[in-house]
Design a protein around this ligand. Structure first.
Ligand code: GAP
Length: 488
């Protein structure tokens, strides 16, 4: 029996998060001095660190730590035929609507025309269908039309055979990348959630179309609990979540084995960032993208509702077949296992990186009543700064010397800050607010005992550790191999 499930909500608004991001230098409006530019954002110093750490963590998890994966970095502008063959020029569009009652302008999916109303209950006035593709000109005298990529996926399809040959890959294998994408969104909104320039991390996993078995599916994947909003429930107009498992939905033939494996891995990566408020939403047939035969969204409980964080689609042989036709190149490769030449079918997990950033912030942001300041409870692995080093008394030469030595040693391996301004309480508060997991204080006793205090951001507990152990300890605490509570 599947049980009904609920996803926990957090009482914080998207405005709180946007204001917080500005105040700590995480994210600013792009072109702020000109009043901003709708749909475009800049990451400030610590925001860029956090964002890069999330992207790096994705790359480590999906590219380095998986045996059958490899990564590329393709150009943002590719041959314009790419986007005609992929179907984006013809199909990648939204419908602009204005509510007849509250006058709010927004966009809806083509499949929703005539079926959905505004949140206020008003009917929509349909203003027309608009392409999401950004058009540009390439060259001067014989300038030709081209497009800024709307997804990174096409780079993987175009380079598929080159990667297979040069990286000597056998089916099944995957190609991933992280990069900027551009969509001329009708209604950018909710801070970073819907913008016009953003980063997607995604991979195309190529499989022999005859391959039904996924030999990587383990018990941990099959037993993974998920909250599912299935297509049938949505068709009946309800939003009830079912508590089920990847193994169960596989048995119900909602997806194929490789699709199930990557969905489980995708959820596991999000969970490793602390994102547990996740729901899986199965796409209804009429909302499937032009290339997909089965898609699941991974939704997160954002402050403005449960919305798409990432997704996973079964793209079948659609893209390779389209590019074979448009380029007149053969897209088959020889499969050693089946001893035949095939056009691979594709499973595509996709992750909006700004949305991951926003979800991580939503989860980590806590106003601590006792401390009377924000504590950003980020997983140490992705925190912008890993530690802050304080000489207790900034005019004490010996304390400063030791603090500088520790700072110089730690920064060889970690991004750390040296902080000697204001009281120690203020320094703790400043670092709690930007998620620095550990504060290291050098005091009078440190000079004799060659030890320092290390304070844990989340519990404020402090322990004394030897200076000579600090670097190894930091490594273990950041990777999660050691917990702060285990320290004596
Ligand atoms: N290759 C598949 C693909 O591009 P998508 O669902 O259109 O699929 C991938 O986009 C992910 O990009 C989404 O799951 C979402 O996280 C993110 N995304 C889409 N549009 C976005 C926007 N306007 N602003 C920020 N992120 C966006």
């Amino acid at each position: 029996m599947t049980k009904e499930a609920k996803v926990e909500e957090k009482k914080i608004t998207i405005e709180d998060i946007a204001n917080f991001c500005k105040s700590v230098g995480f994210v600013y409006r792009s072109s702020d001095i000109y009043g901003g530019f709708s749909g475009f954002w800049d990451f400030g110093p610590l925001g860029a660190e956090l964002f890069n750490n999330i992207k790096r963590d994705w790359w480590t998890y999906f590219i380095h730590q998986k045996d059958n994966m490899t990564g590329i970095e393709a150009s943002i502008i590719s041959h314009p035929k790419t986007w005609i063959a992929s179907g984006h020029v013809a199909n990648f569009s939204d419908v602009a609507v204005v509510c007849k009652k509250c006058k709010k302008a927004t966009k809806i999916d083509k499949s929703e025309v005539g079926k959905v109303n505004c949140d206020c209950g008003g009917e929509y006035d349909v203003k027309g269908e608009f392409s999401l593709m950004f058009k540009t000109k390439v060259g001067a005298l014989d300038a030709s039309d081209a497009y800024l990529r709307g997804e990174t996926a096409q780079g993987m399809f175009l380079d598929y055979k080159l990667v297979q040959q040069t990286a000597r890959k056998q089916l099944p294998f995957g190609i991933g990348q992280i990069g900027r994408c551009f969509r001329n969104e009708i209604a950018p909104r909710d801070f970073l959630f819907r913008s016009r320039e953003f980063n997607i991390a995604e991979f195309e996993f190529f499989i022999n179309p005859n391959e039904k078995k996924c030999d990587l599916l383990e018990k941990k994947h099959l037993d993974l609990k998920i909250n599912l909003l299935d297509a049938e429930t949505q068709a009946s107009g309800k939003e009830t979540l079912k508590e089920t498992t990847i193994g169960k939905i596989l048995k119900e033939n909602k997806l194929e084995e490789w699709h199930a494996y990557w969905l489980a891995e995708q959820v596991m990566w999000y969970q490793s960032l602390g994102l547990t408020e996740i729901k899986i939403r199965e796409h209804k047939k009429e909302e499937l993208s032009h290339y997909s035969s089965a898609t699941f969204d991974i939704d997160y409980q954002f402050p403005f509702g449960s919305k798409e964080l990432g997704g996973i689609a079964n793209r079948g042989q659609y893209d390779l077949t389209q590019h074979a036709k448009a380029s007149s190149q053969r897209m088959e490769i020889y499969d050693e296992k089946y001893k035949n030449k095939v056009v691979a079918k594709v499973i595509e997990p996709t992750f909006g990186m700004e949305r991951a950033f926003l979800a991580v912030l939503t989860k980590a942001y806590v106003f601590d009543e006792k401390r009377q300041n924000v504590v950003l409870k980020l997983t140490p692995r992705i925190a912008p700064l890993k530690a802050a080093i304080f000489p207790l008394i900034k005019n004490d030469e010996k304390q400063v010397k030791l603090a500088e030595q520790i700072y110089t040693d730690l920064k060889k391996e970690f991004y750390v800050a040296y902080d000697d301004s204001g009281s120690v309480g203020k320094r703790y508060a400043r670092n709690d607010e930007v998620g620095t997991p550990f504060c290291i204080t050098i005091d009078e006793d440190s000079l004799k005992g060659k030890d320092v205090t290390i304070r844990d951001r989340d519990t404020t507990k402090q322990v004394r550790v030897k200076v000579s152990d600090l670097r190894n300890l930091m490594r273990d605490l950041i990777s999660g191999e050691k917990k702060f509570s285990e320290l004596k």
